[in-house]
Design a protein. Structure first.
Length: 578
């Protein structure tokens, strides 16, 4: 709800109205008071001391009424100021719709309730359909937090300016984002050296636009960061020319119980904190400072289209068609590991042409979009449960035999977010798939190719479990994340050479399991509804990865410790209540 803060002029007007009202209450008595003589401009003297006492008593009564009214207005002003809090790591200003600025998502906390006093607000203009659009209301310079007007649309600049410092005991060479599947072993140079760096790349900028047209609500959302790829040496030598990249760019239309979304958004497979909202504050991708979030987390940001149906206040169902990508790489492209293909010429060249081999190419031929369905149960603000499914189709062409190989992939997601005590939440999200490795941050390949040219999906799954707790100006969290990748092997056409993933004597990049334990905090140093907020962030992260094959004398696992420290200024602003 858009709040209106009474100005001094408004308070004065209210007080004058109260005086007039108080005067009317004593109108019957005033009839007996001496009148003003027009010819002289002076009042006739009271006929008796009784009348003078009555006049004094009336003035004293009016004074008490004015003082009481002033106290009520002062109390209301304080309550309005307390209710108008900026977006912070402790609360969401609009439960059910999520935060506007895409900082790390927040623990849902109910909006403070204003006491039962009359709220003074300017009247909104009424559209042709009779619905109120707050973006068409008379401008209110005292609105807290502020938003911009563009026609009949409300626009909020969103994001934050961030400086992150990270120290690792291994030189992963990945900047402020962790390479879970590419942690170096101790027997290589990178495993002997630590690293430290500062970076502003995790800063985010964008906008959100809201409007209401003939009873249809629409949202436009854009967000960028500066973690784009650049090959020039001025990143670290001269001027830190970090490259912007699109994170989110989508539009959503809501009419009654239906929502329609198109553009680049968080995948519907990404865990939600409530409902099936695409807004960052309604999603769970952890509270960590790490730009790659958590090992074992199911997520993607990609183009697609979705439809969501609100069956009731408790049940929400959604279906999305999202960008497909046949993926045989690993490590999210960070160390370019991939499954071993057959030696036959027609099949050995599939990587980078028909299948993405961790080179992040966009020319892979995909038969149909990935299909994701999801349902959420939210009986209250303290409980969220969700279940979802993934359907994929893989297809390759063997030019040597002039045959296709088509195979279906599938996955299942189950998760919950429960407030077991005030501002203390337990979180779990779990995913298991047959060919869904790319949705585990690309840490697992989708499939292998057998010697006969057939596709065989790889089983892979992940989990993230932990808690989040908020008190005063602090938010604390701790999570455990893990993913498991099953081996899928075959023999090449010669009958002796191993191919696939995780076979005997395979590369130590063919990971069996990756685990992460992390904890940290987000501390609000200062905040103001008109000026934004300043936060300090801290995180400790411990990672381990275990390969399927360990050569004689080689390390059995790779370990990495990392410490993140962050300083962040978040822009103010939230949308009005439609």
């Amino acid at each position: 709800m858009k709040l209106f803060r009474p100005s001094r002029l408004t308070l004065a007007a209210v007080l004058l109205a109260a005086v007039a009202g108080a005067g009317s209450l004593g109108a019957a008595d005033d009839a007996n008071l001496p009148a003003i003589r027009p010819d002289s401009g002076t009042a006739a003297a009271p006929s008796s001391n009784v009348e003078l006492d009555r006049l004094r008593a009336l003035l004293a009564s009016q004074q008490k009424q004015l003082e009481a009214l002033q106290k009520v207005l002062d109390q209301q002003q304080k309550l309005l100021e307390q209710a108008a809090e900026p977006v912070s790591p402790q609360q969401s200003l609009r439960p059910g719709l999520g935060t506007v600025a895409s900082i790390a998502p927040v623990i849902p906390v109910p909006t403070p309730v204003v006491a039962a006093l009359p709220v003074i607000s300017p009247a909104a203009k009424t559209s042709a359909t009779g619905r109120n659009n707050p973006c068409e209301a008379a401008p209110d310079m005292n609105s807290v937090p502020p938003y911009l007007r563009f026609g009949s649309t409300c626009i909020i600049p969103i994001g934050f300016m961030d400086l992150t410092g990270v120290w690792r005991d291994k030189n992963t060479g990945t900047g402020i984002a962790s390479s879970y599947a590419g942690v170096p072993y101790n027997n290589v140079t990178a495993g002997k050296l630590s690293e430290f760096r500062f970076s502003p790349q995790n800063s985010r900028l964008g906008f959100r636009a809201d409007g209401d047209w003939k009873g249809t609500h629409f949202i436009g959302y854009n967000e960028i960061d500066f973690l784009g790829t650049s090959g020039t040496n001025n990143l670290g030598v001269t001027n830190g020319a970090f490259v912007p990249r699109i994170r989110l760019f989508w539009a959503e239309v809501r009419k009654g119980k239906w929502e329609f979304l198109g553009g680049q958004s968080w995948s519907l497979l990404t865990p939600n904190r409530r409902g099936l909202s695409p807004l960052p504050g309604d999603l769970f991708y952890s509270m960590v400072a790490d730009a790659n979030y958590m090992a074992g987390l199911t997520w993607s940001r990609q183009p697609g289209a979705r439809v969501v149906y609100h069956a009731s206040k408790t049940v929400t169902a959604g279906l999305s068609l999202e960008n497909p990508n046949q993926y045989m790489g690993g490590s999210a492209g960070l160390s370019a590991t991939a499954v071993t293909l057959p030696a036959a010429t027609a099949l050995s060249t599939l990587g980078g042409t028909q299948v993405d081999n961790a080179t992040n190419v966009m020319n892979t031929p995909n038969l149909v979009p990935d299909i994701i369905a999801k349902i959420a149960f939210d009986p209250g603000t303290r409980f969220h449960f969700e279940a979802g499914g993934l359907a994929r189709t893989f297809r390759i062409w063997d030019s040597a035999t002039n045959t296709y190989s088509t195979k279906e992939g599938a996955g299942v997601l189950v998760g919950a977010n429960v407030e077991v005590a005030r501002n203390f939440r337990l979180i779990t999200t779990n995913f298991w798939s047959d060919g869904g490795g790319r949705y585990l941050f690309g840490q697992a390949p989708d499939f292998i190719v057998r010697a006969n040219g057939s596709v065989s999906p790889i089983h892979a799954g992940g989990t993230v479990d932990g808690f989040e707790a908020a008190f005063d100006k602090w938010l604390l969290y701790a999570y455990y994340g893990a993913l498991y990748i099953e081996r899928n092997t075959a023999l090449d056409a010669n009958g002796t050479t191993n191919i696939g993933y995780g076979y005997v004597n395979s590369s130590n990049s063919d990971n069996k399991a990756i685990q992460e334990l992390t904890f940290g905090y987000n501390h609000t140093v200062w905040k103001d509804p008109r000026y934004g907020a300043i936060n300090l962030l801290g995180q400790y992260e411990w990672l381990t990865r275990d390969p399927w094959a360990v050569l004689p004398g080689a390390p059995k696992a790779a370990h990495d410790s990392a410490v993140f420290m962050g300083f962040r200024y978040t822009l103010p602003g939230t949308m009005p209540n439609f």
